[in-house]
Design a protein around this ligand. Structure first.
Ligand code: ADP
Length: 744
């Protein structure tokens, strides 16, 4: 079976056709042979019947002749050798054509009465001798009649005189030609027969007698009859040498050992089997043509329905393997199992194409994420260092602005303003790098949208309509309300810029469920679950592929210098990352753009009131004894200056270990600690832990350029710990101090 399946389909089909034809071929050949056997059997029976018929004809004639001879033998005229008997014999021969002659000889063999004229001696004849010897009917041999010159077979019968002594022999010669009668009338078709005497001489033959009559048959043929049973049938060479189905039968007189005649009847073997052979040949020819037709059918139909269709599938597989994912065969290979295979192939190709697309997409996403990560790290690093410098510039310029009179004071104020603007930029960069200050509270995004819409409606071009479709319920997320507010404002301002001739900005919210596939499809680290989707949809100019590729990169803009926010989308990007969310964009040139923020949804928490913005300035507590721990000298100096200007007493420490030591030495007198989170020797956390060992309740203001690092996050929940983002103004510093001292 294994080697069968290794063959080509065409060969298999041919084999199948052959297998189907084989039994039919077997049946045809078998029945052909059987019918040949039947014909041969029929011929055997035929020859047996014929031999029996001829034997019967002979025997009946012989019986009649015997009857005649017995009657003659009892005639007183015969016993008396009356010559008048001659007339009687002549009349008898004339009446019966079977008799060639009837004669009566005396005991010496001299014929004294004969139907045919002539006087002769028959003492040398076998039938004469036999009759004399046995006193009964005796057979003779075939001879050419001495008077008639016709082939004649003689029988002798003795007659007795008045004393009962054998006085002579009555001879009856049969004209062997009588057998010709059978030739035309009673002979079955094709059959013939011959008579052979005991010496093997052919004495009569039904057909074509001339060349054979009077000649001996082959010794083998004679021996087979002499030695064989009284009757036998076989297939073998006849006296003409031709193969025949033939039956011989021995004719013998009662009391005689040796047959006096052999009857042989035969039918040519070739003729017997010719009909069966013809039928067999016709059936084989029919079968062969059926087989050839089946082969042609298998070849043509098999080629069209199987081979060609498989070839199409094969070529499609090659193309698919070669990377042509668009190849489909469903239309080319229809119907049946192959059709189903074709459809499966198409489904597989579609699946592959989808996977390939998804793979490309995720590769693109990965690259995009890596790129943004790198840019974010770079931006974050620069911003952090820059922040420290800005803190110093800001504090010092504020101090100078206050201390210096006139123009110089004004210049210091300008420096302060420039530092503040830079601080804002740095904050944006940090937001993009996900390192800016950040709060985490429950936020109702519908309220945020309302605020943004309110803000825009007062400032935006009147040709732009603002719409909302707020379907999320509830619209709660956890995060920084300010940063989310800023993100929506940034998106809205971009939408505005994309519609210089007016249009519509729609804010939409709804809750969506992201599954694993949806999460994998966005270049953000999001996990499956419920999300709040906030869409900002415009009807503006849309995004080109080029713009799309760089959309979230910091400082990427298509707007003129000073026109855009520069870090707008980069900041939005950082915000969604900070919130474990994602941002997606859909756009078509001239058909607008739709940005969707996806933020993990939360249920069942009430949003924090946005009280902080309206909070009044806290009352500072003077004078405070403040311990500063910061490895950055600029920061220490500027911060010290600010605090001292504010009337506070300052103890400066350049690293963590020094801060711990100093605090321990003078713990009772230290009102508040301002702690940098990132110092080379000890982290802010470690320093805090040491301080807490001595005074568990001293307020500690953690000051950092980052809002997110693990250290800051870990400190968020701790009591008496406050957060002050770098860089800060005097006002922010004083508010932090006040809060720290009032709340503890
Ligand atoms: P900026 O606003 O300073 O250009 P952004 O980061 O906010 O910086 O945007 C980057 C660029 O993305 C824009 O310059 C603009 O080409 C494109 N862009 C952003 N939002 C849209 C929008 N809604 N429609 C068309 N283009 C937009």
């Amino acid at each position: 079976m294994k080697s069968l399946s290794a063959l080509s389909i065409r060969v298999q089909l041919t084999l199948l056709a052959a297998i189907f034809v084989l039994p039919a071929a077997g049946i045809i050949v078998w029945s052909g042979l059987r019918s040949r056997e039947e014909k041969i059997q029929e011929a055997r029976v035929e020859t047996q019947k014929l031999a029996a018929a001829i034997a019967a004809a002979y025997e009946s004639r012989l019986a009649a002749a015997q009857q005649l001879m017995t009657a003659l033998a009892n005639l007183p005229a015969v016993k008396a050798r009356d010559p008048a008997v001659q007339h009687l014999l002549r009349d008898m021969v004339a009446l019966n054509p079977d008799y060639a002659n009837i004669s009566i000889a005396d005991a010496a063999g001299d014929v004294w009465a004969s139907a045919n004229p002539g006087r002769f001696n028959i003492a040398d004849r076998r039938h004469f001798q036999g009759a004399l010897a046995t006193g009964r009917l005796a057979s003779g041999e075939s001879v050419t009649g001495r008077v008639t010159s016709r082939p004649t077979f003689f029988f002798g019968y003795p007659f007795r005189d008045a004393r009962g002594e054998i006085a002579g022999v009555i001879s009856v010669g049969f004209d062997l030609r009588f057998v010709r009668l059978l030739e035309s009338s009673r002979l079955p078709p094709r059959s013939s027969f011959s008579l052979t005497d005991r010496n093997g001489i052919v004495v009569a033959r039904a057909i074509d007698a001339e060349p054979y009559v009077g000649r001996p048959i082959s010794p083998a043929l004679l021996a087979a009859m002499v030695d064989g049973p009284d009757e036998a049938t076989n297939i073998g060479p006849s006296l003409t040498g031709e193969y025949r189905v033939q039956t011989y039968r021995k004719l013998r007189l009662a009391g005689e050992q040796t047959p006096f005649l052999y009857v042989r009847a035969g039918i040519p073997y070739a003729g017997v089997i010719a009909g069966a052979n013809r039928a067999l040949a016709r059936n084989v020819a029919l079968l062969l043509s059926f087989f050839l037709a089946a082969l042609a059918f298998a070849s043509v139909v098999g080629k069209r329905t199987i081979v060609d269709r498989i070839a199409r599938l094969e070529s499609a597989s090659h193309r698919l393997a070669g990377g042509d994912l668009g190849v489909r065969v469903g239309e080319l290979v229809r119907g049946g199992e192959l059709g189903r295979l074709g459809r499966s192939f198409d489904r597989m190709a579609e699946q592959l194409a989808r996977r390939e697309k998804a793979l490309q997409e995720s590769e693109r996403n990965l690259l995009q994420a890596q790129k943004m990560e790198t840019v974010g790290r770079l931006a974050g690093g620069i911003a952090h260092d820059f922040n420290n410098q800005l803190t110093a510039i800001l504090s010092n310029s504020e101090h100078l602005a206050r201390a210096l009179p006139g123009d110089e004071g004004a210049i210091a104020g300008d420096i302060r303003d420039a530092a503040l603007r830079s601080a804002r930029l740095v904050n944006q960069l940090l937001a993009f790098a996900r390192k800016g200050p950040s709060r985490v509270v429950a936020v109702d995004l519908h309220r945020t949208v309302d605020e943004v819409v309110g803000l825009l409606s007062r400032s935006i071009d009147k040709r732009i309509q603002l719409r909302t479709r707020l379907e999320a319920a509830p619209a709660l997320v956890r995060g920084d309300p300010d940063r989310l507010h800023t993100a929506l404002v940034n998106l809205a301002l971009n939408a505005r810029d994309a519609m210089p001739d007016g249009g519509t900005i729609t804010f939409e919210t709804r809750r969506v469920e992201l599954d694993a596939a949806a999460c994998a499809a966005v270049p953000f680290d999001v996990s499956p679950g419920p999300y709040l989707e906030v869409r900002v949809v415009d009807t503006g100019i849309g995004l080109s592929e080029e713009v799309r590729a760089h959309l979230f990169e910091p400082f990427f803009t298509t707007k003129g210098v000073g026109m855009g926010s520069v870090l707008g989308l980069a900041e939005v990007y950082g915000t969604v990352k900070t919130h474990q969310g994602a941002i997606t964009v859909e756009s078509a040139a001239d058909r607008g753009t739709s940005f969707a923020l996806l933020l993990p949804a939360v249920d069942g928490v009430s949003p924090e009131p946005r009280s902080e913005r309206t909070q009044g300035r806290p009352t500072p507590t003077y004078p405070l004894r403040v311990l500063i721990a910061d490895d950055e000298q600029n920061v220490r100096i500027s911060l010290g200056l600010l605090l001292r200007t504010g009337g506070h007493e300052v103890i400066e420490c350049a690293n963590g270990a020094q801060a711990v030591r100093t605090h321990k030495a003078d713990a009772r007198r230290i009102d508040v600690v301002i702690l940098d989170m990132m110092m080379p020797d000890m982290s802010g956390r470690e320093v805090l832990a040491k301080i807490r060992e001595v005074t568990p309740d001293v307020p500690v203001i953690v000051s950092s350029g980052f809002s997110k690092g693990p250290d800051v996050e870990a400190l968020r929940g701790e009591s008496a710990v406050f957060y002050l983002a770098k860089p800060y103004t005097t006002e922010q510093l004083e508010r932090a101090l006040a809060k720290a001292c009032n709340e503890t």
